[in-house]
Design a protein around this ligand. Structure first.
Ligand code: DHB
Ligand code: FE
Length: 280
């Protein structure tokens, strides 16, 4: 049987990708940020999964206002890094896992969550920056990745509660897959940030740290926080954090082992948060 070994949570700021790609990681502005991921890269090498189920959001790259899927699962054999206006990032193409993805789609849809099936798409910084932070700059990513895109860009967005319950359905789906695979689930995006309007630049470190505490210790309670609280307290783009609840919902009901916790401001306009939780 496949099983979820661990969950990883991290912000996805596009400027982090540019800093890596342009060799700026040791500059004074970036050094403290990348230092926070040194443990994570070692951990990733020592705990290499067979598949990463990567919950992220597309930023009007693969999708547009024409079609807005709330939850979309990638069932393709591979995904190209997208051109986001500066050319595609010089990172490896992402190899998928169509068999496991199709199995999860079958199970989760029969469990009453309506997913959009995506057989072809490009992937933007929402997916490639977390991979770079966790895996560095390899010639090929260490394992197949199943992209799972959540609409947190165009209203209406899904609630934290629905994301948390969806995570539980994903856990059940993975645990009913016949192959003996070790699967990690990653929740990405956040933390507090607002990129537009009079409050552009908003950061709320106190709220972010409380979110990290509760994600570890009280995820079911945290799942009840309504979307308007994210927007008020963590800024319009802070709503990306509901994606972390999908990954947390997929973890065992037993208390997880906290392997790593990191928080850093600033990175571009965004507060960067990062956790590694292992199933016990
Ligand atoms: C920034 C953060 C994001 O989450 C994003 O998608 C784009 C830009 C930023 O901080 O600049
Ligand atoms: Fe974003």
């Amino acid at each position: 049987m496949a099983r979820i070994t661990a969950s990883v949570y991290t912000s996805h700021v596009p400027a982090i990708g540019a800093a890596l790609d342009l060799g700026k990681t040791q500059e004074p502005y970036w050094q403290p940020l990348f230092a926070g991921y040194e443990f994570s890269k070692r951990w990733m090498k020592e705990n290499r999964p067979d598949v990463v189920f990567l919950v992220y959001n597309d930023h009007a790259t693969a999708f547009s206002l024409d079609i807005i899927p709330t939850f979309a699962i990638g069932t393709a054999a591979s995904y190209e890094p997208a051109d986001e206006g500066w050319g595609p990032r010089p990172v490896p193409r992402v190899v998928g896992h169509p068999e496991l993805a199709a199995h999860i789609a079958q199970s989760v849809i029969q469990d009453d969550f309506d997913l959009t099936i995506v057989n072809r798409m490009d992937v933007d910084h929402g997916l490639t920056v977390p991979l770079s932070l966790m895996c560095g700059q390899p010639d090929a990513w260490p394992c197949p990745v199943i992209p799972f895109a959540v609409n947190v860009v165009q209203y209406p967005v899904p609630s934290g509660r629905r994301c948390f319950h969806l995570g539980r359905a994903i856990r059940k789906a993975i645990e009913s897959y016949d192959d003996d695979l070790k699967v990690q689930i990653w929740g990405t995006g956040g933390m507090s940030h607002q990129l537009q309007g009079p409050r552009a630049g908003l950061i709320n470190a106190e709220w972010d740290k409380r979110f990290l505490d509760r994600l570890i210790e009280d995820p079911a309670g945290l799942a009840d926080v309504p979307h308007i609280d994210y927007v008020r307290e963590a800024g319009s783009e802070g709503i990306e954090l509901v994606m972390w609840l999908i990954a947390r919902g997929a973890m065992s009901d037993r208390a997880p082992r906290l392997r790593h916790r990191f928080y850093h401001v600033p990175a571009s306009n965004t507060a960067v948060g990062h956790l590694i939780l292992e199933n016990t």
